[in-house]
Design a protein around this ligand. Structure first.
Ligand SMILES: [Zn+2]
Length: 169
């Protein structure tokens, strides 16, 4: 089932997710729906609070440059190491049309649970490392606009447009 994507400034995007303690049927269903939603919306990744759930779960397409998506689920993710820095453009399904250049670590090591309750360690760089940092932020209520100066013209214009009443004053 394709879920509705929560858009900024919905309050759930500012909430911290709760760890998954038990991989219940509901968790399976949520992950399944998140993957379907991510693929339908052509997102690189998607965090649970972006579809209205407060579990510490995100999904990512590990093959963004190929025709066939390879979805991977990260539950209770924890970034163990970060190395280097890179500045690249990022988007977010909760901010349609907004793209910002964000500074992040270039290389990371992350530990996360999969649906079989196994703890796995991933080492990655480039676009996937960026996506994992972006999604881990989501699970902590942190958004990509928090990484840039909000008075920056482009961001200001975007946020002002979400509150048209303010512009008219
Ligand atoms: Zn996002």
């Amino acid at each position: 089932m394709v879920l509705k994507i929560v858009k900024y400034p919905d309050a759930i995007l500012r909430k911290k997710g709760q760890p998954v303690e038990k991989i219940s049927k509901d968790v399976f269903k949520l992950v399944d729906d998140m993957i379907e939603t991510m693929i339908t919306e052509e997102g690189l990744a998607l965090a649970a609070n972006q579809v209205g759930s407060l579990y510490r779960i995100f999904v990512i397409n590990a093959t963004p440059r190929e025709d066939t998506p390879k979805p991977v689920v990260f539950m209770n993710p924890e970034i163990l190491n970060q190395e280097g820095t890179a500045v690249e453009e990022e988007g977010c399904l909760s901010f349609p049309g907004l793209y910002l250049r964000i500074k992040r670590a270039d290389k990371i090591r992350v530990r996360a649970k999969n649906l079989y309750n196994e703890n796995l360690i991933y080492e990655t760089d480039g676009i996937l490392a960026r996506a994992i940092q972006h999604e881990t932020d989501h699970l902590n209520g942190i958004l990509f606009i928090d990484h840039v100066d909000k008075t920056e013209e482009e961001v200001k214009k975007y946020l002002d447009n979400l509150h048209p009443s303010k512009i008219n004053k």
